[in-house]
Design a protein around this ligand. Structure first.
Ligand code: DX5
Ligand code: ZN
Length: 229
């Protein structure tokens, strides 16, 4: 994975057809997705259950590019190797998921994956200040995690603060929750480079009729890049 701050659109398969993940991943990539975002929920850290490492391993052969695994689970550490072995390129853990996030990020890097740290809307940017040397991505949640399709919570000030804390370090700033062509421009301007979008990408299409996925991805990218086509 070479580092770049260019805008990347990362469809969240939480909004895909759960009976058809392989074809859905291939379809969004063919329609212009940069990364595929995979939301893992445990019914404990968040009030919903999605799927685990076996599902990640099953979809991996259907993703040519980056598999971005967002762990909404606690504890995290006992499962890191399973997600790395499932082929995750990036593994993101929440700063709120336990008392030892620094150790968790070190363990993710030791597994061979890039290490991401996610911040709930109620957690301030300063929580990641001591972690920047062990972090490859900061995920700013713009909804309270657990469900797709929720209303966007404005975290623009937090994104701006993080971007200036990060400076020249090769650390991505990812936004997760309620991203669409109306919310993307302010986020990109504040310094985000990875935009996760579930409902705004998968609406109107399917793996057998993927054209709308492409239109949706292009609309978010154009809005973020400021071209408004
Ligand atoms: C929320 C998840 C998000 C979510 C995004 O807990 O981490 O990735 O699926 O979905 P939308 O884009 O529909 O808000
Ligand atoms: Zn997510």
């Amino acid at each position: 994975m070479t580092f770049s701050r260019a805008i990347k659109i990362a469809p969240s398969i939480l909004a895909a057809d759960f009976a058809n993940f392989g074809a859905e991943c291939a379809a969004v990539e063919a329609q212009g997705a940069d990364w595929v975002h995979v939301d893992v929920m445990d019914g404990h850290f968040v009030p919903n259950i999605s799927f685990g490492p076996a599902t990640c391993a099953a979809i991996r052969p259907h993703i040519k590019g980056v598999m971005d695994v967002h762990l909404m689970i606690a504890p995290v550490d006992p499962y890191i190797d399973a997600f790395a072995e499932a082929g995750a390129d990036i593994i993101t853990a929440h700063v709120e998921a336990g008392p030892h996030i620094h150790r968790t990020l070190q363990a993710i890097r030791a597994s061979g994956a890039k290490a991401g740290v996610a911040l709930n809307p109620g957690t301030s940017a300063e929580a990641v200040a001591p972690l920047l040397d062990v972090t490859d991505l900061v995920c700013v949640m713009t909804v309270n995690p657990g469900f797709g399709g929720q209303k966007f919570i404005d975290m623009t000030d937090k994104v701006r603060t993080l971007r200036s804390m990060i400076g020249d370090r090769p650390i991505h700033v990812e936004i997760d929750g309620g991203v669409d062509p109306t919310t993307a421009p302010g986020l990109a301007k504040a310094g985000a480079d990875v935009l996760v979008a579930g409902s705004a990408v998968f609406k109107g299409g399917s793996a057998s009729d993927p054209g709308p996925y492409g239109e949706n991805i292009r609309a978010i990218r154009a809005a973020a890049e400021g071209t408004y086509t």
